[in-house]
Write a protein that binds this ligand. Sequence first.
Ligand SMILES: *Cc1c(COP(=O)(O)O)cnc(C)c1O
Length: 431
Amino acid sequence: MKYYSLNRSCPESNFENAVRKGLAPDRGLYYPKTINKLSNSFFNEIESLSNLEIAYRGIEQFVGLEIPKNELKSIIEETINFDFPLERIENSISTLELFHGPTMAFKDVGARFMARCLRHFNKNTKNEITVLVATSGDTGGAVANGFYGVDGIKVVILYPKGKVSQIQEKQLTTLGKNITAFEVNGTFDDCQDMVKRAFLDNEISSSKELTSANSINIARWLPQMFYFMFAYKKLKQINKQIVFSVPSGNFGNICAGMIAQQLGFPFKKFVASNNANDVVIRYLNSNFYNPKPTIQTISNAMDVGNPSNFTRIMEIYENDYNKIKSNLCGFSFSDNQTKNAITDVYKNTGYVMDPHAAIGFLGCKEYLKTDSSVHTVFLETAHYAKFLDTVEPIIKKKIELPMQIKSVFNKNKVAFQIENYIDFKENLMTL
Ligand SMILES: *Cc1c(COP(=O)(O)O)cnc(C)c1O
């Protein structure tokens, strides 16, 4: 499979090179040159296929022959070796639980897939790769866990000081070995800007081979299509059109769902569910894209002012505002609305949502007001125990920590303190 840059001023790339580089040389995001619909027989027999087979059929054309079929299957098998349950919350609302992986957020899927692809490509080279990743909360832990101990790969994680939950911080600062954490005195957007600047910095790139494990990287981004497909398999029988409400920050997750739609999955619409960081919603209402600085909220993993995958969404729908509007709508919710949703659902059903999922739930509610004929699914993007300090006071109950979280809770944090780009660069160069 060939990929082109969305800035359209550099040569096409194969899968391996796009994964190794992250961003294209002209700083554009890579995008697949062709997307072929899956066959009718696939959709007819999907209920009888395993998750492994469904995921393989979905991703196969994007990898091509660059990873042999059996190797790709075992990469996928290791990537998705946990459950993806779908739970009914209300008549027309289900939640797709994506927190059963090792760091209890959906990002485990993309991070595990990408780490294994790089491990495969690295088998025959001596070149060490440095993975740079900016995190608003969950990416750091998922990438740290996915790449931990992988030969030939160093991981450097930048996270905004004081703006991630305690557990998120533990997950990305306590592993050691090939994983290094940089605690940046700034916002997520500052972290993301440092990563972008490092890629343009010749002094760095002449001594290190850099890549990114944010959703700009196709191997992090594309496998996120899997669980939309798994959900479809479970819901096909209900004979209602499906609408996904996706709690969105950098818009990688929702954009991967849109790629599944391009493969022929008959999803009716996507709802971008946002906190106060609502640039895409403002775009949908005005046809004018106007990023603003990040606003801090209780759904911190979505505190993104300028989502990097927006250009991919524009590309999917051919930069056609009306086409985008017919496939995507969006709603923004305040912290208070988020807290009230957690309380209400807990009172009515006993189900506990984390703040991100609560925004997804509110997106379903809002959408159903305009069209009650569909079935809505919101993605439960992380386990509520990752947001103890927020969720415990809301549900007024002590939360039992899951195993995955207990295991990092008492470990010691190790992080470099970073004030600015110079600081970041100096520390990076010593690694
Ligand atoms: C990363 C994250 C999001 C946002 O996903 P994007 O792909 O960046 O839109 C939402 N919820 C949680 C819990 C996350 O970790």
